[in-house]
Design a protein around this ligand. Sequence first.
Ligand SMILES: Cc1cc2nc3c(=O)[nH]c(=O)nc-3n(C[C@H](O)[C@H](O)[C@H](O)COP(=O)(O)OP(=O)(O)OC[C@H]3O[C@@H](n4cnc5c(N)ncnc54)[C@H](O)[C@@H]3O)c2cc1C
Length: 451
Amino acid sequence: MITAQNVFIGFGKAAKTLAGALANRGESVIMIEASDKMYGGTCINVACIPTKTLLTSSQNNRLGDAQENYFNAIMNKNDVTGTLRYSNLHKLSDQATVTVLNGWAEFEAPKQLKVTYQNGKTDQISGDRIFINTGSTPIIPEITGLKDSIFMQTSETLMDQKRLPQKLVIIGGGYIGLEFASIYANFGSQVTIIDANDQFMPRDERELAVAVQRDLAAKGVQFELKAQVTKVVDQVGAARIEFERAGQAQQITADTILVATGRKANIAHLGLKNAGIATNQRGIIVDDHLRTNVKNIWAMGDVRGGAQFTYLSLDDYRIVLDQLVGDGKRTVLEQELVPHVVFLNTPIATIGINEEQAQKEQIAYKVGKLATKAVPKAHVLGNTTGYLKVLVSPETHEILGATLYCIDAQELINVVSLAMHQHLHYEVLRDQIYAHPTMTEAFNDLFATIK
Ligand SMILES: Cc1cc2nc3c(=O)[nH]c(=O)nc-3n(C[C@H](O)[C@H](O)[C@H](O)COP(=O)(O)OP(=O)(O)OC[C@H]3O[C@@H](n4cnc5c(N)ncnc54)[C@H](O)[C@@H]3O)c2cc1C
């Protein structure tokens, strides 16, 4: 039996950060990670970091042979993820009180785990505290022929395919599907998105959805919306994807199918029942402090069934650390107002409410809007696509929400988020002295449009 004060299942964002913090305080830590390709978790190995690395490469390598550019981009992506994986592992494993185990963990009892290593050997582990951070895994919908198709990829496997797809069909038009559409269209694949929703980008305002669909279409991305995939049939060199729209049967061929229909919490084969840990459809049930129903067992990150973002998993670490060494006041309620970003050639960043929501919910607002082409730095960067829009309260002068569809929106949104959390009047951003030329200085003009 190997014992430690703190046992972590899964090397995700919350786990690695909390493990490091507890080890720094001299506490003993066991970190159990199922795959030696996943030290550091999903984000750095198969999700956020590789997709953004590929997006950057796809924007830079426009000349020359498309297949060669793509191959080089995959190699570069592998270098980036390999470097981060190594540094993430050693940041923990180099600490005197930390033991990293490479194996599959499952509960045998509330305080007892079994780890099964790749060679089939096992160890029993016990800990005073146990933290579950096992993340999520792609959902493969029940479509005849899909699971067994040799052309099927998930977001985790496509980025290991060294051959550039000629024809890529993406099932699912959520943020992951859109990011892959942008990347692969840049590299030169013929991309088609098939999505069952009635509306494109249903959670966003129509003005944004229309602009984004138009801009992706200008890059060659095709859309089959309100379409339900019914069957996948493997043929020589390509798959036939059959779908139905408004009762009409249609089909398309592709040499690569990316399934981007969401991710589910990783709770299978964890032995949660042996420990009496309660779950629901979404994942492990936790309270506002991320405690499961079993004393001294916490669940953090995607596995607890909330919104799936690395920065929320990171915040989960803060909530738990605050209980262990602070005043325990921090809760998940503080995660309600956070930015959301979709990393396209022109990124989309939103926070708070949009204009359609304000109208629907009859919230009083004033609106400010600026075309990206009015921002000098956008010309410097060579991308004047999109617009910036903010809603403010006429009563409190605080910002109610922002929709930024412009180059560097992923950076700008953090400034808006800070202002919202600090309850700043919008005039503070309007009258701030910003460095020039920057995208942030657009806030001078954007907030000045509010009358
Ligand atoms: C393509 C894509 C792009 C994304 N882009 C972004 C983005 O730009 N920004 C953003 O904020 N979020 C993004 N996300 C979401 C983000 O990646 C996840 O929300 C985040 O990585 C979840 O982290 P986590 O802490 O829950 O655990 P994870 O990082 O998922 O770690 C879980 C770990 O547990 C291990 N594990 C599982 N079961 C066991 C077991 N029984 N025993 C031992 N180990 C186990 C797994 O191998 C894994 O390493 C993206 C996701 C995808 C798929």
